[in-house]
Design a protein around this ligand. Sequence first.
Ligand code: CP
Ligand code: NVA
Length: 308
Amino acid sequence: MIKPNKFANKNFLSSLDFSTDEVFHILDLAKNFKNKDLNIDLKNKVLGLIFDKSSTRTRVSFQVAMSRLGGTTIDLNPTTSQIGRGEPIKDTARVLSRYCDVMAIRTFNHSDLEEYAKWSTKPVINALTDLEHPCQVLADFLTIQEEFLDFKDVVLTFIGDGNNVANSLILCGALLGVEVRIACPKGYEPNSLVIDKAYDIYKNKKLLKITNDPNTAVLGSNVLYTDVWTSMGEEKQKEEKDKVFNGFTIDSDLVSKADKDAIILHCLPAYRSKEITDEVIEGKKSKIFQQAENRMHAQQALLSCLLS
Ligand code: CP
Ligand code: NVA
């Protein structure tokens, strides 16, 4: 029976904190958790959650994942703890390391997460920053693997903003050797350091393409993926972005140009009729709710490795 391996890196701040083998191991474990073939006991282990931004899926899937493993969670609301009063990260990290066994943190600046991890003696998980959303893409690639069995000929096309989700799809896609295309308006490309890191990993550099044309990007694609045009913390740019992103909606016309067996993914929450239409979310090709469920299975796998 498969058992969780101890990983080289204690933290999961970026998709690149794990090796290709470690990502495949997480996906294998997650499948076993989903099929109820794996029973790992994390009794008395405590996961601390610090969320500086709103969350439904990430917060609840971590809470349920931990509960299924026999452990518990503490949801540290920044506004009612001293975190919101501005206690230095290095102090909070050293104190909470003495109470909790692992932390999941959602915040704005990626450097704040790195600062936390620097001072924490316990594993720290990125529950989303402005730069990356690595837990999300574990569930995404689990969903893709469930649908296509392997990643060999899969073309994943992300249409929309070159944001945290796009960055993590690029990095994890590079580790798994998946062809990733990003179609975004000019000026909204993914982080350039992320793109450079991905090109360093890909053996075949042609497998990563950044374009400004969604209609050609979707040709032959097996997975169409989108996310909100305006991420949390960017609310002031919403009006401008709604105009610039006109033409980047995943609607049935765009879906019809992709491979006939293409699936549709969205990390949620979605703005229907902005980045995706209601018809596409509710359509047969949509695997969006399977993808949301997979957050929990992937995070059970992640927690069992980081705490093994
Ligand atoms: N996809 C995702 O991270 O959702 P939440 O913001 O609800 O956690
Ligand atoms: N890009 C989105 C993802 C939400 C899960 C955001 O950061 O708001």
